[in-house]
Design a binder for this molecule. Structure first.
Ligand code: SF4
Ligand code: SF4
Length: 436
């Protein structure tokens, strides 16, 4: 007698899984009747339409998406999933198996390229390579969220994502109380070419940090100059968000500017500019000595310490590791060395720090996708992080990425932590305690 069963496997698709059993069977003298001799027809476990998987993995750079073996190591590491985004490489792979076209999916835009999944993935499924090339293909197909498209247009037209005029980039310098040499107007060799960056130049809270940096440089007698209105966005976020052509234009422009002014090193305000100039510009013909400002100042800690005469009032400070300074470029010590040099500052760590640091949500184009992400997640990544800072008892959340002050200040408000947690750039903390 033969019985036939239909089993539903957890893909949600019904499979014709059948088995055969004999009502009576004696094998080598042993009675194995009924269910004891049940023989399963081999299950088809890869009976999927993989057209869209192959469409993705055929894009140069996206091959590793096909290497996933569903171990799920990446899931607790993914900050988007932690923030309720129903997300992560494992889920993306599974959805591709079930027919999702990533190039036409919300999943394409949620990854912040934070690299926390890559840190733990045994198969080296590399979202940092997959996302930019997949997004570039989607942009060519015209699939791009409106917020991101607006940012691309602003950068193409004005050289900055805010859509402000290029001339206004130098406005903060004219109002600054610090001495700042603008190289195109006052050419000549300098030790440091300071790449100021968009948020320091245009955003209100960024301008506070820019002024603080200039004052600290002045106090340390740093021989520095800036490009003023000749600077453009570094291009890293545009590259990661799927506009490689725009990135190349920006990189070419900035490399040309760097070559025009004799300097020993470039010091940058932000981790994204650091990543671009250190890791990406060389392929465009731009090899430069580059340091993040925390690295440059930490190298001068002996000169800096005697200048830090003010007290920080025994406030508890916790530091948020930016993904593109920490995980992407391995720098965890310099920011902490600076904070530890501040008198009466109590440095405490959050649970997720250093290699395991949690992402603020601003990387990989996420800075311009807050509205889009908010519709997909139960909270913003910056809100999740602010809650953690409050949980460990911090009075101050210290940052060293220009994106983060505004992101976290918004999150402090939206999580009702106004008055409980202050967000400060490390350079502002140093400036506050200098000569006070
Ligand atoms: S850690 Fe890597 S192999 Fe494991 S589920 Fe995630 S992407 Fe797949
Ligand atoms: S890079 Fe970060 S945000 Fe993107 S999938 Fe991996 S863990 Fe999630």
């Amino acid at each position: 007698m033969t019985e036939r069963y239909n089993l539903t496997v957890n893909t949600g698709r019904e499979k014709d899984q059948s088995f055969v059993e004999k009502e009576s069977a004696v094998i080598e003298g042993i009675d194995v009747s009924g269910r004891w001799n049940r023989m399963f027809v081999p299950r088809e476990i890869q009976d999927y339409d993989l057209t869209n998987m192959h469409k993705l993995t055929a894009i140069p750079g996206a091959e590793s998406m096909g290497w996933c073996y569903q171990c799920a190591q990446c899931m607790p590491a993914c900050p988007v999933d932690t923030a309720g985004g129903d997300y992560g490489p494992r889920k993306i792979f599974r959805r591709l198996e079930l027919g999702m076209d990533l190039l036409d999916s919300r999943d394409l835009w949620l990854c912040t390229t934070c690299a926390n999944c890559l840190r733990v993935c045994p198969k080296e499924v590399d979202m940092i390579k997959i996302m930019p090339v997949a997004r570039a293909a989607a942009v060519l197909e015209g699939n791009v969220p409106a917020e991101l498209l607006e940012m691309f247009q602003n950068v193409a037209e004005y050289g900055n994502p805010m859509g402000q005029s290029a001339r206004k980039r130098a406005a903060w310098i004219r109002k600054s109380d610090a001495e700042i040499r603008v190289l195109p107007k006052d050419p000549g060799p300098v030790d440091v070419l300071w790449f100021v960056g968009d948020f320091y130049a245009y955003h209100g809270r960024g301008v506070d940090a820019a002024n603080a940096m200039a004052r600290v440089f002045n106090a340390l007698d740093v021989d520095f100059g800036v490009l003023g209105a000749d600077e453009r966005t570094d291009g890293d976020s545009q590259r990661l968000a799927g506009e490689p052509g725009l990135y190349e234009e920006l990189a070419e422009h900035n490399i040309e500017q760097f070559k025009q002014h004799e300097h020993e090193r470039i010091v940058v305000s932000g981790p994204h500019a650091y990543n671009a100039i250190k890791n990406e510009y060389p392929a465009m013909g731009g090899e430069f000595e580059v340091e993040h400002y925390t690295q440059f100042l930490a190298d001068q800690i002996d000169e800096l310490k005697p200048l830090l005469t003010g007290s920080f009032g025994n406030r508890k400070v916790t530091f948020h590791d930016p993904c593109y300074l920490g995980r992407h470029n391995g720098e965890y010590d310099a920011p902490r060395d600076l904070l530890e040099a501040v008198p009466d500052l109590d440095l405490i760590e959050m649970y997720r720090c250093k290699e395991q640091g949690y992402c603020c949500g601003g990387g990989g184009g996420g800075m311009w996708l807050d509205g889009f992400a908010a519709e997909q997640q139960s909270e913003r990544l910056s809100e999740n992080r602010v809650k953690e800072a409050v949980m460990v008892g911090a009075d101050v959340l210290a940052v060293c990425c220009p994106y983060e002050v505004s992101r976290f200040e918004d999150a402090v408000k939206s999580t009702n932590n106004d008055g409980k947690l202050e967000v400060l750039d490390i350079i502002e903390i140093l400036d506050q305690c200098m000569g006070a």
